[in-house]
Write a protein that binds this ligand. Sequence first.
Ligand SMILES: Nc1ncnc2c1ncn2[C@@H]1O[C@H](COP(=O)(O)OP(=O)(O)OP(=O)(O)O)[C@@H](O)[C@H]1O
Ligand SMILES: [Mg+2]
Length: 474
Amino acid sequence: MGRRFKKKVSMRIPLVIMLFAIGILPMFLQGRLLLTSLRQNQIEARILEIQNQALILSNQLTQAGYLSGEVTDTLLDSQMDVLADVFNGRIVIVDSDYQIIRDTFRLAEGKYHISEEVIRCFRGENSSKYNRDKHYLIETFPIYGAGSQGRIDGVMVVTASTASILNLTDMVGEKTTMFEVMALIVMVVGILMFMRLYMGPIYAFQRALKRFAAGDMGEIHVDDYRETKEMSAAVSQAFTKLREVDNSRQEFVSNVSHELKTPITSIRVLADSLMSMEDAPVELYREFMVDISDEIDRESKIIDDLLSLVKMDKSAGEMNISQVNIGSLLELILKRIRPIAKKRNIELTLATIREVTAEVDEVKLSLALNNLVENAVKYNREDGWVRVTLDADHKLFTIKVADSGIGIPEEFQTRIFERFYRVDKARSRETGGTGLGLAITKNVVQMHRGIIQVNSVEGEGTVFTVQIPLTYIP
Ligand SMILES: Nc1ncnc2c1ncn2[C@@H]1O[C@H](COP(=O)(O)OP(=O)(O)OP(=O)(O)O)[C@@H](O)[C@H]1O
Ligand SMILES: [Mg+2]
């Protein structure tokens, strides 16, 4: 899983790009668009203004009879100069001989100006040309003769530059760019902070998981944010379970080896002491051999129990289900145990409240119930009793095994179902227990989708209750 996650870490990059695109791109595009249209507007307004002013001037020139020969109106001349200045350009007046009679630059007076625009203007076609690349405007205006109405006596050529507008829009552009760069920085910082905020806990979580995977079974706590807090709580819970399983597994292994070794150690001690004795009496041999045989029995019981547990763990699905009369099964079990009970004068009874036939694995269930009844006898007092009852409703059948025995202290009641767990180690040893019986019983009950409960008062007795569905649920 760690490896898969590593491959997908690059999710950070698409996220950044996405945020970036959402945040900065529209702003950037809008800025550029606005700037272009602003420039366009400004230029158009400027052209219009120049045209108006120039038209007024050309009218004035017409009215003053500027081209009549006696050029005396110095006011008009200076007005022309001022206008050319304002336009940041040049005004040239050409007479009907195409000779320049007035140039605000004073460079070309007396020279000829024969250009397409001028010729066309004399023909009555006004022309207006804007050079987009060099940012200037050439416009021609007719000047009419004083007396003769309608005759074009001269042409005013106005050249004006719009470079100043460009300067203005460039300035605006610079400001916009500056603003955009600032926004970009803010955005990047924001994104980084967001990533830290948003992804940080996830990475912390990932690190914690990796540590866990590497074998550090410590706590996982990423509590900085609510989302990860919940997540880490859930994972912590899962890990606690895992840790418990791990612990119980380790305990189980050490218990197994201990339990398996104990009888062998006894056998070895018995055998060694016999061998060290010269001329040991036959009775002693016999006595020791009986002990050795008991220990071998014990060892083989432990191995049998372990094997049946392992088998159940492995083949949980392998249930040999058939219709079984539970009452008869219980009678059989009681019959087997009765001789042991009799030895200590323990009364062993079965009460069948309702006849029950259920779908169960007969061998497994018999193993489980046998252990319950055996325990009830084993952990009982002299002259005590064991009462087994069988009942059922429309869904479940219930078996209760009650005894008048030593009882189980409250604090051990949850632990007795663990493998190898025994409340009183010395006593269990005496009675030949290994502590696997209830683990097997619980396993079997659970394989039948049933439940097992214990109710016990120390010194008074114990009741084990088993409830199993009448029809097997695979
Ligand atoms: N009816 C009971 N009354 C009192 N204590 C009980 C009773 N049943 C079980 N116990 C306690 O629970 C422990 C676990 O029982 P369990 O059947 O698993 O093991 P065991 O009887 O000691 O050994 P095994 O059944 O493997 O031979 C027992 O050692 C005993 O201390
Ligand atoms: Mg037992």
